[in-house]
Design a protein around this ligand. Structure first.
Ligand code: HEC
Ligand code: HEC
Length: 186
């Protein structure tokens, strides 16, 4: 009896390892192709959605049963006509489509997990810690328009760095006064 059981456990372990590898391949696709609309952790809170009539669903609170992998894969492959969700057929390989569908399903809909840290070595950000002075602005801990007299020298340098290099992606920094909304001239 022992041998078959060990073999079954090994097979199961191999199955999980390949499932994990698929999800991680999907994460890489997602973090390149999808996050700026769907949110880094799938919550759909992005600047891009503020321009959309049909907004993406918050996967973190959506009913997982509504989104089997096949539905996710088919949305990625063919898009949703008449919405900003364009099909990725011809852009992503069938394997990448399966991987990103597995990632969305497993990480956001089933596990409700946040995405992994973005500025990692694997994502091409070696030693991101050297920009630490700008982190409070990226995280919204210090408002961008905070009174300069109340900032330390390091925080002032951090804000300078933030507005010159980080804001291109971190476009929703916290502000105290958001100013007037832009309007078309009458
Ligand atoms: C340009 C913005 C944009 C990008 C990029 C984008 N999506 Fe979407 N996506 C949307 C919008 C908007 C919807 C909502 C469409 C609707 O109303 O059904 C949507 C819908 C979906 C749905 C739900 C479809 C359904 O059947 O309800 C899934 C799953 C999805 N996207 C996955 C992805 C994945 C994975 C990627 C990356 C490969 C991606 N999207 C890239 C905007 C985008
Ligand atoms: C190419 C786009 C891009 C640029 C440029 C960028 N970031 Fe980010 N950053 C992201 C994304 C995407 C996330 C993950 C989503 C989130 O947490 O909002 C992130 C997350 C973070 C986090 C949370 C921790 C983490 O690693 O996920 C910090 C802190 C941060 N960025 C700081 C900075 C600073 C400081 C700069 C400028 C030196 C910067 N970022 C430039 C895209 C970018």
């Amino acid at each position: 009896m022992r041998k078959p059981l060990a073999a079954a456990i090994l097979a199961l372990a191999a199955f999980h390892a390949s499932a994990d590898a698929l999800v991680e391949r999907g994460r890489a696709v997602y973090n390149f192709r999808c996050y700026f609309c769907h949110g880094y952790s799938g919550d759909a809170k992005t600047l891009a959605t503020t321009y959309m009539d049909r907004k993406p669903r918050d996967f973190q609170s959506a009913n997982a049963a509504d989104y089997p992998v096949a539905r996710i894969a088919s949305a990625v492959r063919d898009g949703v006509p008449g919405t900003p969700m364009k099909g990725f057929k011809g852009i992503l390989s069938e394997e990448e489509i399966r991987a990103v569908a597995a990632f969305v399903r497993s990480e956001f809909l089933e596990r409700r997990a946040p995405n992994t840290s973005y500025h990692t070595l694997e994502n091409g950000w070696p030693n991101h810690q050297r920009y630490a002075a700008a982190f409070p602005f990226a995280k919204g801990e210090i408002a961008l328009d905070a009174d300069p007299a109340k900032l330390t020298d390091s925080q002032k340098r951090g804000r300078e760095l933030f507005v010159t290099t980080c804001i291109t992606c971190h476009d929703r920094a916290r502000v105290v006064d958001s100013g007037p909304a832009w309007e078309r001239a009458k």
